[in-house]
Design a protein around this ligand. Structure first.
Ligand SMILES: *[C@@H]1O[C@H](CO)[C@@H](O)[C@H](O)[C@H]1NC(C)=O
Length: 294
């Protein structure tokens, strides 16, 4: 353990960053496979409460927010929800992907990554992602989250999302810490099939803010490789958790230490699978959420 601690200190010192409050986060396959997956999937349902009832005890949806024409694709709807899990003593923020985003990725259209905006915690992020987050936040998530924090002091904050929803979750976690709503040590972030969201400065700022931050990737899922690492400075944050081949119970995985790490999915030559993107832990994420996570 001491060795691991020393290694983290050296890595952080090398980047000139402040250590997060807790650097002893450990990835849990069970937590990502059950709780966090259900929270990400629930965002695809018109009633996330069904998934909350199916996988948690004493869990209550606060509100699901929809924003029409949320970004540059016509008729695109961005959505996320907040909830509280009393048994787990956690407040939830979760986002879903959008049809428009998926369409652009399928067409290998990088327009959503071309324009960037400055990010509160540091660096730059895709303007499309930044705007989508801001719109959902301003449309009511901000108020709901503030109320949940007041009503449930001391609870952890669990943030999740799949695909574009993973990027929005990553931004949300960074935002609530960056605006001092919560301390980074209270936040747990797990995303699935998240695209590159911002540049290297953003990735490093994100790394410094969050200890418990896991970016789960599945075999040849195309989306974590979009846009290319050499496109406009886009760079992933920590920690990638890579599942090669399958995600069955007991499947092997690798937790990588680098923001971009050839020991994980960066080491692949072919990363073109849409099917691997739509399925995590053997669930069709959106369909499973729609059916109430049963
Ligand atoms: C990419 O998508 C944008 C937004 O829908 C569209 O305006 C643009 O024409 C597309 N570019 C290509 C090369 O398809």
């Amino acid at each position: 353990m001491l060795k691991l601690l020393t290694l983290f200190c050296v890595v952080y010192a090398a980047h000139g960053l402040v250590l997060p409050a807790s650097i002893l986060a450990t990835y849990s396959d069970a937590f990502a496979r059950t709780q966090m997956l259900a929270l990400a999937s629930a965002a695809y349902s018109s009633n996330p409460q069904h998934c909350l009832d199916s996988k948690f005890t004493n869990a209550q949806l606060k509100r699901q927010i929809y924003v029409k024409n949320c970004a540059l694709v016509n008729n695109d709807v961005c959505s996320g929800y907040t909830a509280v899990l009393h048994n787990d003593k956690a407040i939830v923020i979760s986002f879903r992907g959008t049809q428009g985003f998926f369409q652009l990725i399928s067409e290998a259209n990088k327009s959503i990554f071309e324009s960037q905006m400055s990010w509160i915690a540091g660096g730059k992020v895709s303007k499309y992602f930044g705007d989508a987050f801001s719109k959902v936040w301003a449309a009511g998530m901000k108020d709901d989250f503030a109320a949940l924090l007041t009503q449930n002091p001391g609870y952890e904050v669990w943030v999740s999302g799949h695909s574009l929803g993973g990027s929005l979750a990553s931004l949300a976690a960074s935002y609530v810490i960056g605006t001092k709503l919560v301390d980074g040590s209270r936040v747990k972030l797990v995303t699935y099939g998240e695209p590159r969201t911002g540049n290297k400065d953003y990735a490093h700022a994100h790394d410094a803010q969050l200890a418990y931050s896991y970016r789960v990737t599945h075999n040849r899922d195309v989306v974590p490789h979009v846009p290319n690492e050499d496109f406009e400075g886009y760079y992933h944050n920590k920690f990638e958790v890579y599942y090669r081949e399958n995600m069955k119970n007991g499947a092997k995985y690798t937790v990588c230490n680098g923001d971009e790490d050839n020991g994980c999915s960066d080491g692949l030559w072919i990363t073109t699978s849409i099917d691997d993107h739509l399925h995590y832990f053997e669930k069709d994420i959106s369909a499973w959420g729609d059916k109430g996570c049963n």
